[in-house]
Design a protein around this ligand. Structure first.
Ligand code: 26Q
Length: 806
């Protein structure tokens, strides 16, 4: 097949390489190869190109003695690897050609790769964008996380209800990871601590071995390739031979099952005590393995403790890795025998912490008893750090109420450990993820700490990888930009020159054509996955994110119902045709969020089948939202709904991805929406709703949702329809809990309070849609200003102000 070709070109070499991989490493012949075999062969070949740069770069990094950043995160929500790796190595085209010689298309293979769904949402995806940006901007380092055997569940929809199915992403084995025989670290669990001659000796009750699995993270151009090191678990003894010999086959496997449980699943439901214990085990396991690993490398390369702060920076992605500072103290004091004060001083120089949420239920507070059962020595260390801190504060800052800063609090029966406070105390820098959020972190979450350590707090607004979220997902838009301003914008990701083209009708027409092409692709995805037919010429109005009350998908759905009512009442009026798309997963234990998904489906069924309105309004719930689905939805969006209650969405990053791809934003004044509006110009986004201060004032005055409802006939009708079962005739009481949460239970996220202004803003959106030229002009001006939301900008600021490694 390869022979008798014209002149040998680069595709010949790649084709030959593919055959070698297929025959030798996948172990099948060309005649027998399935598409999955070709995917594996292609992945191994591309991985080979990355590896060459990787070894050279590692050697170089070691020689230069540059500071290394360890980015600790319980979640890394990576994109599928093959396409990113082809982009980073610049080999997409040549692989397309090489594969075509075997009758295979790259696009078909790309679709077969499973998403490594090792994260829940924004925090995990941010970690993935940051790793890629670190590699692209030349910041050397490691991502440390957990190799969950089952990632985020696969969401199926059965009769409108969310059903969770296991995500068995490793079932075909993962060609992108290198499982290392070494290093392997013992992780102690439980047991007791013996204090002898001023030394603490921990006797764990149980030990698990942590095994490294490395995934290469190439930067653009492949110059820096960083490592994502994910920890897997293995028992010290694979099975108990004595019990096996006695015929107890299942019991014999108990050690293996027990130790593997720690990496089995991403975030088990933490609403049960069993779930909570498993999660804490995960946190301890991964924090301990990561710190042991980075100390091992430091000792090998440098050896002199005083160099530690200039050679390593350890970043805590939220408090989930917050046991890491305790683990570092344990290793320095108990194992390496440094004096306590010296160890504390060193630890205080290396850690930094990012807060990603203000929601009280997501702030980690562990029962001391539980922590003692898992990591007794770590609890002792935290208590000792707390004791000293409280003493100093009492003496030096007597005005600070100690109960507001104590890391450990409560009486003997109910002692608890506040991981946020511990993280702040142990970190040299603490940041929030948007200007608004960072302010609230200081003013509302840690005001006393901000007073005690004023220079410690700062803001780094989130960013997104332009390589993934523009170059890879929207080649049509990239080409358009290239054609009009040249290719230089790609290097520094400066799109501002395109703004000068916003007055050119031809450019705007091209922009609309690119969008329409992207929408047509999504139309077939929607048809395939939901059976719903939608019109690519209608406005594609997207809200894609985790389903949560604070994000207010309910506001969107109530708005859709109000719109449907209005169209039916005034069919002669001009209505902008809309396709409203919702996508997102609800936590498996969050029954109200799951009921909201059901409501979306019941409303969709009713209005999509209404012949009077179906050409003007459709509602679509796209199941199983994940990174690869986002890659298809985002380039096709006209409108981006970012409608959280002000003060609840720390930053948002989907808002950035959508605006960058030419969607206009309909958003509240929350998180990074505010900065997006500032960057693109307030008149280019549709802002609505209360500000953070107005929310606070209304809460103080006393918010009475029922009064809001009664004062607004439009809203009242919608709530009546939902409450009396208009959308659920098979079960008229089904949505009573939804209405109750709004009317009787206080409407915690003030959906009703913002409804009227949301309606007003939506009418403005409609008006603008009729002026397609103006719509696309605004879209282009949005795109032009999105350069500053690149994760490269965020990473440069982390490198300079937090990690001190630039
Ligand atoms: C905590 C304790 C026990 C179990 C689970 C958790 C837990 C798990 C995940 C708490 C929080 C998370 C995830 C938070 C998250 O994704 N936050 C989002 O972070 C993004 C990146 O900074 C922001 O853009 C979003 O605004 C924020 O919601």
């Amino acid at each position: 097949m390869l022979l008798n070709r014209k002149k040998a070109g680069p595709a010949d070499a790649i084709a030959a390489e593919l055959l070698v991989q297929l025959n030798r490493n996948v172990g099948v012949s060309e005649a027998d190869a399935t598409p999955r075999d070709w995917l594996r062969a292609t992945s191994l070949a591309v991985r080979g190109h990355l590896i060459d740069g990787y070894h050279a770069m590692n050697a170089q990094a070691q020689k230069s003695g540059k500071k290394q950043v360890a980015f600790l995160s319980m979640e890394f929500l990576m994109a599928r690897q093959l396409e990113s790796a082809l982009m980073a190595t610049g080999q997409r085209e040549v692989y397309v050609e090489a594969l075509s010689r075997f009758g295979t298309t790259l696009d078909d293979l790309l679709e077969l790769e499973p998403d490594p769904a090792l994260g829940n949402g924004g925090l995990g995806r941010l970690a993935a964008c940051f790793l890629e940006s670190m590699a692209s901007t030349g910041v050397h380092g490691y991502g440390y996380g957990i190799r969950y055997e089952y990632g985020m569940f696969r969401q199926e929809i059965a009769d409108g209800w969310q059903v969770e199915r296991p995500d068995d992403w490793l079932s075909n084995s993962n060609p992108w990871e290198f499982e290392r025989a070494e290093p392997a670290f013992p992780i102690g669990i439980g047991g007791h601590v013996e204090h002898r001659d001023h030394r603490a000796i921990w006797h764990p009750a149980e030990t698990i071995i942590a095994i490294a699995h490395d995934i290469l993270v190439p930067g653009m151009g492949g110059s820096t390739v960083n490592t994502l090191r994910l920890w897997g678990a293995k028992p010290v003894n694979a099975f108990d031979i004595a019990s096996f010999n006695r015929g107890h086959f299942l019991e014999a496997l108990a050690p293996k099952i027990r130790s593997k449980a720690v990496t089995r699943l991403l975030y088990p439901d933490d609403s049960t005590p069993e779930g909570r214990e498993l999660r804490l085990r995960q946190e301890h396991f991964f924090a301990s393995a990561s710190v042991q690993d980075l100390l091992r490398r430091f000792l090998k390369d440098h050896g002199d403790w005083s160099l530690l702060p200039s050679k390593v920076a350890i970043h805590l992605n939220d408090t989930h890795p917050a046991l890491a500072p305790a683990e570092l103290m344990r290793l320095l004091v108990d194992v390496h025998e440094l004096p306590w004060e010296r160890a504390l001083e060193l630890a205080g120089e290396v850690f930094s912490y990012t807060n990603h949420t203000l929601m009280p239920e997501a702030l980690e507070v562990w029962q001391a008893d539980l922590l003692r059962r898992i990591a007794p020595r770590h609890l002792e260390i935290i208590e000792e750090i707390n004791r000293r801190f409280i003493n100093t504060t009492r003496q030096r800052a007597p005005s600070i109420p100690l109960d507001r800063v104590a890391v450990v609090s409560g009486d003997d029966q109910a002692r608890s450990v506040n991981m946020g406070r511990f993280s702040v105390l142990m970190s040299r820098r603490v940041n929030g993820v948007s200007a608004l959020h960072s302010g609230l972190v200081q003013e509302r979450l840690f005001p006393e700490f901000a007073e005690l350590f004023p220079g410690r707090f700062l803001n780094v607004t989130n960013g997104i990888s332009p390589r993934l979220w523009l170059f890879q997902t929207n080649p049509g838009l990239c080409n358009l930009i290239d054609r009009h301003i040249g290719r230089e914008w790609r290097d520094a990701f400066d799109l501002s020159a395109i703004a000068a083209k916003a007055s050119r009708d031809d450019v705007l027409a091209e922009l609309r054509a690119v969008k329409l092409a992207n929408k047509r692709k999504l139309v077939s995805v929607i048809a395939q996955r939901t059976g719903i037919e939608v019109d690519p010429h209608s406005m594609f109005d997207m809200q894609i994110k985790r389903i949560h009350e604070y994000k207010r998908q309910l506001l969107n759905i109530l708005g859709v119902v109000a719109r449907w009512n209005a169209i039916k009442a005034n069919p002669e009026q001009e209505w902008a045709p809309r396709t409203v798309v919702l996508a997102g997963k609800a936590a498996s234990s969050y029954w109200l969020a799951k009921l909201i998904i059901k409501l979306a489906h019941d409303v969709a069924r009713r209005i999509n089948s209404d012949r009077e309105t179906a050409h003007l309004l459709k509602l679509v719930f796209l199941p199983n939202y994940n990174v690869s689905l986002a890659e298809r939805i985002i380039p096709a969006a006209d409108l981006s709904q970012q409608i959280s209650l002000a003060g609840t969405e720390a930053s948002g990053t989907g808002n950035m991805k959508l605006a960058l791809n030419g969607a206009l934003t309909l958003g509240t004044r929350d998180g990074a929406n505010i900065e997006i509006a500032e960057a693109v110009g307030g008149d280019l986004v549709f802002s609505f709703g209360m500000t953070v201060d107005e929310v606070r004032d209304l809460k103080r005055e006393g918010y009475v949702p029922i009064d809001v409802c009664n004062a607004d006939a439009r809203l009242r009708t919608v709530l009546e329809q939902v409450a009396r079962g208009d959308f659920s005739p098979d079960d008229p009481h089904r949505f009573e809990p939804v209405v109750k949460s709004l009317l009787s239970d206080g409407d915690r996220f003030m959906v009703l309070a913002d409804f009227a202004d949301y309606w007003r803003a939506q009418r403005e959106v409609d008006d603008l849609w009729f002026d397609q030229r103006e719509w696309s002009r605004r879209a282009l001006l949005n795109i032009a200003q999105m350069g500053s939301f690149s994760a490269d900008r965020s990473i440069k600021s982390y490198a300079a102000d937090i990690w001190r490694c630039s």
